[in-house]
Design a protein. Sequence first.
Length: 292
Amino acid sequence: MGWQRSGSAIKSSDALAGDARTALGRSRLARPQSASRRIAWCYTVPIAAVHVLALLACLPGMFSWTGVGLMLIGVYFYGGVGINLCYHRLLTHRSFSCPAWLERCLVLVGVCCLEDGPASWVAAHRLHHRDADQGEDPHSPLVSFFWGHMGWLLVQNPAARGLSAYDRFARDILQVPFYLRLERSLLTIWIYLAHAFAYFALGMMAALCLGDPLRAATQFGLSVVVWGVFLRTVIVWHITWSVNSLSHLFGYRNYETGEHSRNNWFVAILTSGEGWHNNHHADPASASNAHR
C-alpha cells in the first residue's frame, strides 16, 4: 500500500526544485469526486466553536502568564506527542512500536487535540499517501490553499471519512476495541471536554490555595483553560494543517516522489520535524524525517 516503506531515486535538489515549480505551475486539481458540497456539521461546528473560544484570549481579564506557559508547552506536548508521534508515526505508518498501555496513553493525548478519533485520522492520512496530489487526495493544496489547509474538513467526503474508508485504510486500528469505541461514540468529545474542565478546576484550586478570593480564582481558572486548552487547540490545528498545505507548496525537494511534497524548514520547526515532508513521502515508514 502507499504508506509502506519505499525507495526513491535521489536527484539534484536544484533540479528537483525547478521540476517541482514547473509542474506546480501547470497543475491544478478539482475537488475529489467523492467530496460533496454538503457541510460536515460534525466538524464545522467544533472547529468554529473552538476558534471563537480561543478569541477570548484577547480579553485582558483572560490573560495570565501561567496560561501562556501552558499553551506553549501544550503546543509541543499535545501536537508533538499526540498527533505527530502517536497518530502519525505510530498508528498510521507503524514507524516504531511500544507497549500497548503506552500506545493507549499516547492516543488519549492525541484525542485531547480534537483532531478526530485515531481510525478516522489514520484512514484520511493513508488515503493521502496513496493518492498524494492526485484526484482522490482528500486535502491536496493544488485544489486551493484553503482547501488543503482546512476546507476539506468542512464538507462531507465518504471516501476519506466513512465506513468504507475505515474498513479499507484503518482496519488494523479498529480491531482494537478501545479505538473502536472512540469511533462509535462521542467519547472523543467527552475526553476533550473533561481535560478542559481539569485545566479549569486545577487552575482555580491552585489560586484558592494561594489565598486568592473566589472571583479571582475563577478568573484565573478561566485564563488557564482559554490559553492552555482552547488557544492551544487552535494553534495545534493550524500547525498540523500547515503540513498538508505549506509543505506541498513551498520548500525544496531531495527526492522525486511523484507528487509535490516539499521540505519546509519553517513547518519543520513548528511540527517537531514533520515539515521535512518530501523526506517523509520518500520513506513514510521511517521513524525520523531528518536525513542529515
